[in-house]
Ligand binder design. Structure first.
Ligand SMILES: [Zn+2]
Length: 128
């Protein structure tokens, strides 16, 4: 990606992650809002799957579809749709209550207060 295009993506939300709204730090990611679904192949030498340079929807590799993202949001969203990503985050409360002893104890001691509200992404708030 050209440095000038990266700057355009960075400026879309004034240096904030389009999803969580945090200020972007060095090493921020460019996410595709509508996922490109990169193809991976198993590399025996590296003993892991590596991107093979192709993707299912190459037409989505366009600046209009690219969002500035913090690494955490980009990695968690991976190839999910926006609604899939929203559902993933909404379900974090379910998995924390089911799987995290530390979360459950902190909640019991009143250190965590859950709020039933929809997940609204930073760029969606900016649209209002
Ligand atoms: Zn983020």
């Amino acid at each position: 990606m050209k440095k000038s295009d990266r700057k355009i993506v960075y400026d879309k939300y004034d240096g904030h992650c389009a999803y969580c709204g945090c200020e972007l730090q060095k090493g921020w990611h460019v996410d595709e809002l509508f996922p490109v679904c990169r193809n991976f192949k198993y590399n025996k030498e590296k003993t892991k799957f590596v991107h093979d340079g192709t993707c299912k929807y190459p037409e989505r590799l366009h600046i209009d579809n690219q969002m500035p993202s913090c690494p955490s949001c980009n990695i968690n969203k991976h190839s999910l749709s926006l609604e899939g990503f929203r559902l993933l985050i909404q379900n974090f409360i379910i998995s924390l209550n089911r799987d995290s002893t530390q979360y459950k104890i902190a909640k019991r001691y009143g250190l965590i207060y859950e709020i039933d509200k929809p997940v609204i992404f930073y760029f969606e708030q900016k649209l209002k």
